[in-house]
Design a protein around this ligand. Structure first.
Ligand SMILES: O=P(O)(O)OC[C@@]1(O)O[C@H](CO)[C@@H](O)[C@@H]1O
Length: 454
């Protein structure tokens, strides 16, 4: 049966919302950056044929038109993409929005319009001749990962110490519980610094959010305003063997922290023997992981000196161990590294505008697959927005209520730093205190929630 959401979704119609600020300020600047990436690609390719240069110019023209449309709050036209299967779902949803008169940039639900924007941007590349596999965000992903050098080196050293000489335990003790908690936190805060947010943060903020020392983690523990780790621990500590899935978020530093946690789980706990990582199928929300981003990260670690500009034996060792784990199938990406962007695949659902309560109806094969997993970890803000339908729930609404028909389907954990209006699962007293003391707690990226359902 089709799920009917009991509350409205967030919308830029509310001028006080983060959704509104994002449509006004962030999206145009993201489109400008894509234009710049295409321009640079043409400018740097000294051997480019006139045909390729014209191809790039046509994309730039379409992108400028898109930005103009947005600024004028025009109606969203149906998307035409020669390849992408998900385009039909966008156009069907758009037809429904049109009936309700909510089919312009400032009247469509924020989640729909944002997913639509990335799919529209993708369509220009997909329909081009020379830019079909071009990721306009690749350079910014790499640049930001480079600037995370301090935390990357620190984590690599700690990880090598932790893992070398460890044999995989068969039973659980207090030290595993303490370390597991720290690892989850490290991975959670790895989400704080995604690229689309960098529009609003300065470099010092980013460094602070990436701090991984013991003291920093203790401080950030206080900032987890809903914390289901005790419930998660009760469940996961009984698991032996099998697999855990990560529905990924950002490439670079966040993916590095995902690999650290995954490495720890398979080598230092009995909770799973293998990990499956789920990337996106098209360039998405600026910094989301594409299939090719995982091998690229391994290469960057293997050649740490060239990439980070400094030797670090532990970083290289991590690159070597993780490469081996991929070869052995202990780590696995759900799409191959040579996946052709946008081509039909079982992962199409991730780049639709559907929320996850619609997963049982729209992607039943994903639900069946996840039922085989010990735990599915959803990383980041966008996954949280989709888990909760990006709706205007009262903050004290139970997470399970917001999950709708997804609740109880498979064990799931959301690790999310708060970067959007939606929030659920808070105690009344916490919600009131946050509203009073930190009115921007939903969007600043400085607070987080860890939510679990099984
Ligand atoms: O999923 P992520 O990387 O944690 O966050 C995605 C994000 O940066 O993009 C949206 C705004 O454009 C917000 O939901 C959120 O702030």
């Amino acid at each position: 049966m089709t799920y009917t959401l009991p509350v409205p979704q967030t919308s830029p119609k509310d001028k006080n919302s983060f959704a509104y600020a994002s449509v006004v300020r962030r999206w145009p600047s993201i489109i400008t950056n894509v234009i710049d990436a295409v321009y640079q690609s043409n400018a740097l390719d000294k051997d480019a044929s006139a045909e390729k240069l014209d191809d790039g110019k046509a994309i730039i023209q379409s992108l400028s038109k898109l930005r103009h449309e947005m600024g004028r709050d025009q109606a969203l036209p149906p998307i035409t993409d020669n390849d992408a299967a998900s385009v039909n779902t966008y156009n069907a949803q758009l037809a429904e929005l049109e009936k309700a008169g909510d089919n312009t940039w400032f009247t469509a639900p924020w989640l729909y319009a944002e997913c639509y924007m990335y799919t529209r941007i993708r369509s220009y590349f997909s329909n081009s001749k020379f830019f079909q596999q071009f990721d306009p965000f690749k350079k910014s992903k790499d640049d930001t990962f480079k600037s995370s050098k301090v935390s990357v080196f620190q984590l690599a050293k700690a990880q090598e110490q932790l893992i070398s000489g460890t044999t995989k335990p068969t039973h659980v003790d207090d030290s595993i519980e303490i370390m597991f908690l720290e690892m989850l936190q490290m991975c959670l805060w790895g989400n704080a610094t995604d690229l689309s947010l960098l529009v609003d943060l300065d470099y010092a903020d980013v460094q602070k959010l990436q701090a991984v020392g013991k003291k920093a983690l203790e401080e950030s523990f206080q900032k987890i305003i809903r914390n289901d780790i005790p419930q998660l621990w009760k469940y996961i500590s009984t698991k032996r063997g099998g697999r855990i899935d990560f529905v990924l978020d950002n490439a670079g530093y966040e993916l590095f922290t995902d690999f650290i946690l995954a490495d720890y789980i398979v080598n230092c706990t009995p909770f799973a023997d293998s990990i499956v990582f789920h990337p996106k199928t098209i360039p998405w929300f600026v910094s989301d992981v594409l299939p090719a981003d995982a091998p690229a990260l391994l290469e960057q670690l293997l050649d740490a000196k060239a990439f980070f500009g400094e030797e670090c034996a532990e970083v290289v060792a991590l690159g070597q161990r993780w490469s081996k784990m991929f070869e052995q199938g202990v780590f696995k990406m759900s799409l191959p590294a040579d996946y052709k962007l946008g081509s039909p695949s079982p992962s199409d659902f991730w780049c639709t505008a559907y929320s996850y309560p619609q997963m049982p109806e729209q992607a039943p094969e994903l639900v069946s697959d996840f039922k085989q997993s010990n735990l599915v970890i959803f990383k980041g803000d966008l996954n949280y927005r989709k888990l909760t339908s990006d709706a205007l729930w009262d903050p004290t609404t139970p997470f399970q209520t917001a999950l709708g028909p997804l609740a109880g389907q498979f064990p799931l954990l959301s690790l999310r730093t708060n970067k959007a209006d939606v929030i659920v699962g808070l105690e009344k007293e916490v919600a009131e205190r946050m509203e009073k003391d930190h009115p921007d707690y939903r969007i600043s990226g400085k607070f987080a929630v860890v939510s679990f359902d099984m």
